[in-house]
Design a binder for this molecule. Structure first.
Ligand code: T5A
Ligand code: NA
Length: 212
């Protein structure tokens, strides 16, 4: 019998929805329950490509829009060999943002159709579950004002949200929307239970390719 694989679980959602908080909490909770689990945060600002992205986000560097889109995608692809190895070793991988953020943010700039935005990420490991952390703009604003990073304005975030809704219409993907206005612990419990159910369901299924 083939070894059981880990699940690939993506966290997406509007800014301040709690993706990073829940990503850390989920990996911690899964490990405490005896599962093998790792977290990857995208963009991963620690790699050379990630450092370029980071200097763009903090406005130290200006990059052309197509170029930055491809860099965000490349920043995911550079993790793929290790992600696949770990998944096949039975390690569940939680990704804090993934290709959906990549598409939603570039598409929100206008002049970039969804299809063009998706192409560089076609063939990435397909998430077994995409948790969409939903929070109203009012509640998100209560969690602190937007900082000075690029994209941190409410009008742009509204366009990003509309792009996410378009992506969520794809029924070949396992989107699950959760109410991110709950307390950190209540939301964690809900997310962990959905994650464990998915891990059980996919452990003997092949890993698929995104948008292929
Ligand atoms: N981007 C990203 C692209 O354009 N293309 C791409 O391909 C990718 C991957 C950086 C930017 O890059 C763009 C998107 C972004 O604009 P980032 O580094 O992930 O991406 O952005 P961050 O600013 O780190 O993350 P967010 O603002 O989206 O926040 P999170 O992770 O959703 O929220 P979190 O967990 O940091 O929490 C925010 C605050 O709320 C509190 C927390 O303590 C924290 O203070 N909080 C709660 N408060 C009350 N109740 C709860 N349940 C709470 N949960 C968290
Ligand atoms: Na975050």
């Amino acid at each position: 019998m083939a070894a059981r694989r880990g699940a690939l679980i993506a966290l997406e959602g509007v800014d301040r929805a709690g993706k990073s908080t829940q990503g850390r909490r989920l990996v911690q909770g899964l490990r405490a329950a005896g599962h093998k689990a790792d977290l990857i945060r995208f963009p991963d600002r620690t790699t050379e490509i990630g450092q370029l992205i980071s200097s763009y986000l903090v406005r130290e560097k200006d990059l052309e829009d197509h170029t930055v889109h491809l860099l965000f995608s490349a920043n995911r692809w550079e993790h793929v060999p290790l992600m696949k190895e770990k998944l096949h070793q039975g390690i569940t991988i939680v990704v804090d943002r993934y290709a959906f953020s990549g598409v939603a943010f570039t598409n929100a700039k206008g002049n970039f159709c969804l299809d063009w935005c998706k192409q560089p990420d076609v063939g990435l490991p397909k998430p077994d579950l995409i948790l969409f952390l939903q929070l109203s703009p009012e509640e998100a604003a209560e969690r602190g004002n937007y900082g000075h990073e690029r994209y941190e304005s409410s009008s742009f975030q509204e366009k990003v949200l509309q792009s996410f809704y378009c992506l969520m219409e794809d029924k070949t993907l396992n989107w699950k929307t959760v109410d991110a206005s709950q307390s950190i612990e209540d939301l964690h419990r809900e997310i962990k239970s959905i994650a464990e159910k998915t891990m059980e369901e996919v452990q003997n299924k092949p890993l698929e390719e995104l948008w292929k």
